[in-house]
Design a protein around this ligand. Structure first.
Ligand code: AP5
Length: 216
């Protein structure tokens, strides 16, 4: 699981983790944006909450994430949950369904950096890749011309999202105390990934050792 304030770099790190560890990336925000794009009633209701930076109600988001976690690719390869759970009730329900993370990664980034990251973020609708006009600019003119901006990526809306984050984060962290690693998310994306990579490598080594000693 990966958690952190809005624009702390969750999606960016998930791209890198997925590339190296071949996990199935499940982002609650992406699932919700897909639902909005489908024009469904749930999508319309979700957008009303996302517009004001509030959490989308559990009756929409909980089943959506659970169903994605239960699909065969998530079960076979392992999953990487991004931006979920975000409240005590979501964390409790997830545990009740039997989903436990091996590691809970918390990205820590000072608030003044977050606003700049949000307003400069752009997305490539073709590849889904995340860019930043200053920190991660597009590689070609062709990509630059097709980049889009999220409807909630304004300074005003990120402040609302931050408020919601602060209201909920402590209760979620308390549920995963024994698996949390805190990562400095204010450095370059490569330096952030190096911290995560080292924790994941250690985890896999410990697991291999356990299996080895069980066989012996
Ligand atoms: P969601 O889409 O999850 O938004 P968020 O939590 O606000 O997080 P972001 O996607 O904005 O940021 P990120 O941490 O992924 O950062 P990124 O890597 O893109 O949720 C949107 C809304 O959906 C919520 O407000 C809520 O309404 C609803 N929702 C979602 N989950 C829910 C749930 N569980 N329950 C109920 N409602 C839910 O990076 C940001 C920018 O910074 C990019 O431009 C990137 O290039 C740049 N960047 C990244 N890392 C670095 C770095 N190290 N240095 C410099 N720049 C960097």
């Amino acid at each position: 699981m990966i958690s952190g304030a809005p624009a702390s770099g969750k999606g960016t790190q998930c791209e890198l983790i997925k590339k190296k560890y071949d996990l199935v990336h499940i982002a609650a925000g992406d699932l919700l944006r897909t639902e909005i794009a489908s024009g469904s009633d749930n999508g319309k209701r979700a957008k009303e909450h996302m517009d004001i930076g509030q959490l989308v109600p559990d009756e929409i988001v909980v089943m959506m994430v659970k169903e994605r976690l239960m699909q065969p690719d998530s079960q076979d390869k392992g999953w990487l949950l991004d931006g979920y759970p975000r409240s005590l009730s979501q964390a409790t329900k997830l545990q009740g369904y039997g989903f436990h993370p091996d590691l809970f990664i918390l990205l820590e980034v000072p608030e003044e950096i977050l606003v700049e990251r949000v307003v400069g973020r752009r997305l490539d609708p073709v590849t889904g890749k995340i860019y930043h006009l200053k920190y991660s600019p597009p590689e070609t003119e062709e990509i630059a011309a097709r980049l889009t901006q999220r409807f909630d990526d304004t300074e005003e809306k990120v402040k609302l999202r931050l408020h919601t984050h602060h209201q909920n984060v402590a209760s979620v962290l308390a549920m995963f105390e024994d698996t949390i690693i805190k990562v400095d998310g204010s450095v370059s994306k490569e330096a952030v990934f190096a911290q995560i990579d080292s924790a994941l490598t250690k985890l896999l080594e410990q697991r291999a050792e356990k299996i080895g000693s069980a066989i012996a």
